[in-house]
Structures are given as structure tokens and as C-alpha cells.
Design a protein around this ligand. Structure first.
Ligand code: NZQ
Ligand code: ZN
Length: 385
């Protein structure tokens, strides 16, 4: 096992009808800015519940944080924070709103050009406003981690930052809040959480048995509940299991002391900025070909994945690996997430542009062994057509 430190300060308040707990979680004298996305939080009544729970606290609202939140929009929120003397932020939404809130929290305290927060991958962050979250969509794990992904539209850059200053102080996880999530986003959530586990588990063995068994448990849970999560009418128990699985998939626990990959995510970011695909769609396309192209470096873990997650035992090693990758693809397809670039109208001519962007963004040595060069990414993209 590799050396590690593990610290996660986010309080989780889990269960039905937990929004009123905001009253105990946010200081009584706080000046609060509620941040949300498009119309879903208003339409579903969640914002009304939140306003009620805040009671007499001075509170303001900033809506319009888009999926794949933009630096441009978030900069306007930072101005609101300064204008109204806000000292507490509350994110109401999915990963985009929570990530956006993390950026606003850090930028509000940042001296200088706040894009440096992204350029330094969070290294320049010294302080941030405190914030909490009311989660409305299970997928990213942003509700219990210190990562955020922000897109600068002007330069077509989707960049990540991480800083211990942007852990949410608390997150309210009410699974029934996901009842109104559209089928496409539900399926996206399962694919995203699944891929988060794979990026931390499917590398090379370091005899990290606890992390491996946790990861395999999360993958098996997602495989088990995935079909019910995306079906109607909504089923509370499977949504509850989904919500907790997605949170546990990326809160630092299974990634402590193990090598991590993240090449699928980083190549996927370029597909989102250049072609507008949903985050999870990019993962569903790239993960199967990424595993296939890198099967030698990942051989031992691929065999473990085949046996323990998919219960494949027969035949030769390569056949087991082929079958495990095939089952992964079929799992995504069965949820309703297409796994080929061509399914989204992206053809071979697009690949040069994608590889060029990867080069521009310094994505030239990705993966747990830093051996995913631009050539490997090109091979993966070609195999994903
Ligand atoms: O904008 P509104 O109207 O609220 O609609 C949203 C949005 O259109 C809708 N939605 C959310 N909750 C709903 C709902 N609709 C009905 N009922 C509800 N209860 O769903 C749409 C998608 O929301 P979004 O927040 O964009 O989805 P998700 O949670 O998948 O977040 C994706 C973002 O997170 C980043 C991605 O890159 C992407 O920008 N990620 C963040 C990570 C992290 N912080 O650790 C890790 C991930 O790998 C990921 O990169
Ligand atoms: Zn993701």
C-alpha cells in the first residue's frame, strides 16, 4: 500500500425530509448566498424549502449556473458575494452547482486573477468562504470532496482544481430530491460514479485489500441498482443506495493509498468542451477503449475486476479481459448511455482537433504510470469511433 493521509471534514446529513436541518447547520447570523442551476431547483420546490429553513437569515440568490459551470458565470456570482457582503454559501443542485460554489468560495477570498486558482490546480488557494450543499442529483461525489471542475468558455478550457479549503462543511443528501431527475441524467450519474471507482481501482495492485474490496463493493452495488435507478416510478431505496454509492466513490476513501488513473476523465473533458457531450457520455465512450488499449499495464487488475466484479472465470486471460470490457460497455448501453463517438455524430475528422487540445492543455503523460501519451490517447479515440 502507498503512504497516505486521509481527512474528510464534511458532515453528511442523509435521508428523507432533511432540508430543515439547514437551520442547525448554518450559523444564525450568517449572510447567505444560495447558488443554483437552471430551473429545476425552483420547479421542484427545493428552493422554497431551503428559503423556509433559512428563516430570518439575510439571504440572496444566484441562479443560472450551467452544467459544466463556466468561469464567466461564476465570476458574476463572486461579484454578488462582494456586493452583498456574503459570508456563507449554499449550493442547491448537482455537481455543477456544487463545483461552481467551490470556485466562488475560493475566488471570493482570492487576491488577483481568480483563473490562477485553476492554473495552479488549487495550489494558490489560501482561504475560502464556508459553504454547504443540498444535493439534488447523484453522480459526481462533489458533495463530499475538495475537487471542482470549471470551464473557461473563452478559451475552451475545462480545468480542475482541488484544495482542502473547499470541502463542503456539510451536505444534505435526501434521495427523494432525485425523483425529478430526468432519465438521461440518472443514467449519467451511474456511469460517472462507476467510472470514478474504476479510475481509482483498475490500475496495478499494491496489496491494498480494504480499498479493493470497498471499490468492488461499490461497483457491484452500482451494477445491481443501476437498472432500478433509471426506471420509473422512482424507487426510494435504490435512489438512496445510489446516492451513498456515488458519494463514497469519490470522497477520498477508496483512493487513499492506491495509484490513480484519471486518463478517461481528462481526455473526456476535451470531448465536453469541443463537442458539448455530457461529462458521463464522454466516460461511457472512452472507458471501454481505454481499458482495452492499456490492457498490458492493467492486466493484473483487469483479471481481478473480471473475476470479482463480473464473476468471469473461464477461458484464457485475454478472453476474460475481453469479456469484462464487453460487459462494462453493455452495462452503460443498457442504462441508455451510448458508448461510441459516432453515436453522438463525432467522426474520425474530429480526432486531430481533440489530440491537439490535449497537447495544448499539457495532457501528454496521463494515467497511473504517466504512459498515456498523445499517441495512446489518439489510439483510444480511434478505437472509440
Ligand atoms: O440546471 P438545472 O435546471 O438545475 O438542471 C440540472 C442540469 O441540467 C439537472 N438537475 C439536477 N438536479 C435535478 C435536475 N433536474 C431535475 N431534478 C433534479 N433534482 O441535471 C442537469 C445536470 O446537472 P449537473 O449538476 O451538471 O450534473 P452532474 O451532477 O452530473 O455534474 C456534472 C459536473 O460535475 C463535474 C463534471 O465535469 C461536470 O462539470 N465533475 C465534478 C467532480 C468533482 N467535483 O469531484 C468529479 C466528476 O468527475 C465531474 O468531473
Ligand atoms: Zn466524473
Amino acid at each position: 500500500m502507498l503512504n497516505f493521509q486521509f481527512h474528510n471534514p464534511t458532515r453528511i446529513v442523509f435521508g428523507k425530509d432533511t432540508v430543515p436541518a439547514l437551520d442547525e447547520l448554518i450559523p444564525g447570523d450568517a449572510r447567505v448566498l444560495i447558488l443554483y442551476g437552471g430551473q429545476s431547483a425552483e420547479r421542484t420546490g427545493t428552493l422554497a424549502e431551503v428559503r423556509k429553513a433559512l428563516g430570518d437569515r439575510a439571504h440572496y440568490e444566484f441562479g443560472g449556473i450551467e452544467p459544466n459551470p463556466s468561469f464567466e458565470t461564476l465570476t458574476q456570482a463572486v461579484e454578488q458575494v462582494r456586493f452583498h457582503n456574503i459570508d456563507y454559501l449554499l449550493a442547491v443542485g448537482g455537481g455543477s452547482v456544487i463545483d461552481g460554489t467551490k470556485f466562488v468560495a475560493a475566488a471570493a477570498k482570492f487576491v488577483g486573477d481568480s483563473w490562477q486558482i485553476l492554473e495552479t490546480v488549487g495550489g494558490a488557494v489560501r482561504d475560502a468562504l464556508p459553504f454547504g450543499a443540498v444535493l439534488t442529483l447523484s453522480a459526481t461525489g462533489s458533495e463530499m470532496n475538495f475537487n471542482a471542475v470549471v470551464t473557461r468558455k473563452a478559451t475552451q478550457t475545462k480545468a480542475l482544481f482541488a484544495s482542502p479549503h473547499v470541502f463542503p462543511q456539510f451536505s444534505i443528501l435526501d434521495p427523494s430530491k432525485t425523483f425529478t431527475v430526468p432519465a438521461r441524467q440518472l443514467a449519467n450519474g451511474v456511469v460517472d460514479a462507476f467510472t470514478h471507482v474504476v479510475e481509482q481501482y483498475l490500475t496495478y495492485p499494491v496489496d491494498a485489500r480494504v480499498q479493493d474490496r470497498f471499490a468492488e463493493g461499490l461497483l457491484q452495488t452500482l451494477i445491481e441498482i443501476g437498472p432500478t435507478v433509471v426506471s420509473q416510478p422512482p424507487d426510494y431505496q435504490s435512489r438512496a443506495n445510489m446516492m451513498w454509492a456515488a458519494t463514497m466513490a469519490l470522497n477520498g476513501l477508496i483512493g487513499a493509498g492506491v495509484p490513480q488513473d484519471w486518463a478517461t476523465h481528462l481526455v473526456g473533458h476535451e470531448l465536453t468542451v469541443l463537442h458539448g457531450l455530457d461529462h458521463a457520455q464522454t466516460l461511457a465512450i472512452l472507458l471501454p477503449s481505454m481499458l482495452d488499449a492499456r490492457r498490458d499495464g492493467k492486466r493484473a487488475k483487469l483479471l481481478q475486476y473480471a473475476e470479482r466484479v463480473w464473476h468471469i472465470t473461464a477461458d484464457s486471460e485475454d478472453e476474460r479481459i475481453d469479456l469484462a470490457i464487453e460487459k462494462t460497455r453493455a452495462f452503460f448501453e443498457d442504462l441508455g448511455v451510448k458508448t461510441r463517438l459516432s453515436d453522438y455524430g463525432i467522426q474520425a475528422e474530429a480526432i486531430d482537433g481533440l489530440v491537439e487540445q490535449l497537447g495544448l492543455h499539457g495532457m501528454t503523460r496521463l494515467g497511473e504510470r504517466q504512459d498515456v501519451t498523445l499517441e495512446v490517447s489518439r489510439t483510444v479515440l480511434e478505437a472509440s469511433l
